[in-house]
Unconditional design. Structure first.
Length: 69
C-alpha cells in the first residue's frame, strides 16, 4: 500500500500548536514522541527533515519547521 507524501508541505497551524505545547511539557524528545503517539501522531526522520505522520495509516501530514529540531 502506498501513501501520499506531502514532505514539502508545512504542518498546519492547529497541529503545530499542539506539537509545540506537547514539546514544552516533555522533558526529552523521546518523551515528546511518546506523548504524540497518544494523540495518534508520529515523527518520521527523512534525512534532515522531520515529517509528522498519522500512526493509524502512515499518512504524512507535513514537515516540522527547523525550530523543532
Amino acid at each position: 500500500m502506498e501513501h501520499a507524501t506531502f514532505t514539502d508541505r508545512p504542518v498546519e497551524a492547529p497541529l503545530l500548536k499542539l506539537l509545540a505545547e506537547e514539546r514544552q511539557k516533555a522533558l526529552s524528545a523521546r518523551e515528546w514522541k511518546f506523548r504524540l503517539a497518544g494523540y495518534g501522531y508520529g515523527i518520521k526522520e527523512d534525512g534532515p527533515r522531520r515529517v509528522v505522520t498519522q500512526l493509524t495509516n502512515g499518512m504524512e501530514l507535513g514537515v516540522l519547521p527547523v525550530s523543532f529540531h
